[in-house]
Write a protein that binds this ligand. Structure first.
Ligand SMILES: [Zn+2]
Length: 347
């Protein structure tokens, strides 16, 4: 080990683009396909992400006709959708200026008077998202903005989703909302909690339950070290150190962000204590699917950065390429450069 290079983890491989086509013979680093696990296509059209570093996106709240039409359209980036925000009557995000008409579905409380054998609003709504092609279910648990689903209704959402094999992702905001999500068996948090410090005991329970957290650190302060941003970074760092699975996500469409990878989000992940290889794992996690996007890879031309400070911009310069265009360099050329041997072996 020379210590001169950054450990990008086992998924990084030196590669050369094939001799045909554009950029013939260019060398660089190949990585697994990258996914932004929290976007809103009602605010950022999928077509604007076609030639970016993103091979996949997960839409976490949109009108059903919009995402239903997108799901029927082939092309990049790969798309998974939640369909509507499921929320309490008058709850978040009802009334928000950015919330396109039809992006949220208000649920009446589950009946508690012995009629529970009838399908309630929660079950009906979850089945409707599923029939439109949703592969995850999104619930809003935001007590700062308004009423929140009561526990029987939340349980009905989670139970129906799990019966259909769908994970549940929650927007948590306000005191005790993270605890409610963990208690109710929510699979993923749409944002790292930013309004409350999550204590280590609750983090341990979330990790033990296999909960994943989508990062969205940038939108907690839009680049400023606001109290929300500081709390989010603290929570995510402790969640990561406790063994929690972090998913890269930006809430793309929220505020001014690049149409692709956001280097500011990547820098905040490093700042929260993730190593370079952890950041790559957060980008490459295929959630909510088991398989990564097929037939494509991430390619970054040129030398990888020597230090973490340059990692965000380097990653953001990545492009999605057809996997068949890459030739993996098993042996490190040229032999007259000994440092190159070290570099390729330590990737
Ligand atoms: Zn969002």
């Amino acid at each position: 080990m020379t210590g001169a290079t950054l450990d990008l983890g086992p998924s990084a491989r030196a590669a050369r683009r094939s001799l045909g086509g554009e950029h013939a013979g260019e060398t660089g680093i190949a990585l697994p396909p990258f996914i932004d696990h929290h976007v809103h296509l009602m605010l950022v059209p999928r077509s604007s992400l076609r030639d970016s570093a993103l091979a996949g996106v997960v839409d976490l709240g949109a009108p059903l006709p919009l995402v239903g039409a997108e799901l029927r359209r082939d092309g990049m980036p790969r798309l998974d959708v939640a369909g509507n925000f499921l929320t309490a009557r008058g709850g978040y995000p009802m009334g928000r200026a950015w919330a396109a008409p039809g992006c949220a579905r208000e649920l009446d409380p589950e009946p508690a008077d012995g009629r529970a054998w009838l399908p309630g609003a929660a079950e009906t709504a979850v089945r409707e998202q599923h029939s439109f092609g949703a592969s995850v279910i999104k619930v809003a648990l935001n007590r700062v903005a308004g009423p929140v689903l009561d526990r029987p209704t939340l349980d009905a959402v989670v139970g129906t989703a799990h019966d259909l094999g769908l994970p549940v992702v929650a927007h948590v905001e306000g005191d005790d909302m993270t605890r409610l999500a963990v208690d109710a068996g929510v699979d993923v948090l749409a944002h790292t909690p930013f309004t409350e410090i999550v204590d280590d005991g609750l983090i341990a329970r979330a990790v033990a339950a296999g909960q994943r957290w989508i990062s969205t650190l940038f939108v907690a302060g839009y680049g400023e070290a606001t109290p929300d941003a500081v709390r989010a970074a603290d929570n995510l760092g402790r969640f990561h150190r406790a063994g929690g699975r972090v998913l890269y996500g930006t809430d793309l469409g929220n505020g001014e962000q690049p149409a692709g990878l956001n280097p500011a989000e990547l820098a905040l992940l490093l700042g929260a204590g993730l190593a370079a290889s952890d950041v790559i794992d957060a980008l490459a996690d295929p959630w909510p699917r088991a398989e990564q996007p097929q037939g494509v890879a991430t390619f970054i031309a040129g030398e990888p950065p020597a230090d973490a400070d340059r990692l965000p911009d380097w990653l953001a310069s990545a492009r999605v390429v057809p996997a068949e265009d890459l030739e993996y360099l098993a042996a490190p050329p040229p032999l007259d450069d000994p440092s190159r041997t070290d570099r390729l072996e330590t990737l």
